[in-house]
Every structure is written in C-alpha cells, then in structure tokens.
Design a protein around this ligand. Structure first.
Ligand SMILES: [Zn+2]
Length: 157
C-alpha cells in the first residue's frame, strides 16, 4: 500500500468517529514531520520523525460551531510539535462549498479550513491534498497541491 492510499484509508476510518447532528461524517489524516535533532531539515529526512495524525468533524447540535476534521487533525499534529505538513487526506460525501458554491465529485476542505491551513507555517502551497469521497465500494480520490486547491475556489495563499 502506498502512502497516499494509507492516508485515504486512515481518513475514511477517522470519519467513523465524527459526531454530526445531520450525520455528515468527515475524516482527515495528516502526514506530518518534525526534526529529530536540532538542525534536521527535510533534506535530511531520514533523521526526522514522521507521524500520521487523524481527526473527525464535530458538530453535535445545529447551534454549535462546526469543528472540521482537517482542523482537528492538524491541531493534533501542531500540539505534538510537528512543524511540517507534507500532505493530508480528507474523506467525506461531497457537498456544495460554503464559500465558492462549487460542488466537486470529492469533498474539498471548506472555506474556513482553507483559510486556516493557508495561515499556518506548517502548510505551504506545495502541501499535497487528497480529497476523497465514497463511491460504490471504493473511494474516489483526487489529488492537488494546496495552491491548486485554493485556485479552484478562487483564492490563493
Ligand atoms: Zn472545514
């Protein structure tokens, strides 16, 4: 199994932990990196620590603020001191985007998540984004750079 497939499956599994009053389940898996020793960088990645963090969306009641799977997973990675997001997968049923109004065949991170991720130092335009949605017995997956994802919705970093 390659890393992309692993991330998509971890995101799909995380979606089972979602809590949504309207049964809208989303999971996210983030592939994150932090230095093992001071001075390590991505060019010396064999000496670094890699880990997958997952998250699920949380909106138990219509009157509560939504807390998305993407921000949940990335906050876990950030809280553990991981300083670089290589990529992440998000899996859920597609729905019209809350800001751009566009509907794609896979679920994209929402406008709040796109802005939040774009403002974090551990995410760059190069960060890989896998968007997935269940289809028949499989998961349809599209891949973008974070910059390409923003451009699809008419924004940029
Ligand atoms: Zn979101």
């Amino acid at each position: 199994m390659d890393l992309r497939e692993h991330l998509v499956l971890r995101a799909a599994a995380a979606a089972a932990q979602a809590l949504s009053y309207r049964n809208f389940r989303v999971g996210c898996a983030v592939y994150a990196w932090k230095p093992w020793r001071e001075g390590d960088d991505l060019a010396n990645y064999l000496g670094a620590r890699w880990r997958v963090f997952t998250g699920a969306n949380l909106k138990p009641d219509p009157d509560t603020q939504k807390f998305c799977a993407e921000r949940s997973a990335i906050n876990a990675s950030r809280s553990a001191g991981y300083t670089k997001i290589i990529g992440f997968a998000v899996v859920g049923k597609p729905q019209p985007d809350d800001e751009s109004g566009l509907t794609h065949s896979t679920l994209h991170p929402c406008g709040v998540c796109r802005r939040t991720l774009g403002a974090l130092p551990e995410v760059s335009g190069e960060t890989r984004v896998l968007t997935g949605s269940p289809q028949d017995q499989d998961i349809l997956v599209h891949e973008f750079s974070f910059e390409e994802l923003l451009a699809l919705h008419g924004t940029r970093i």
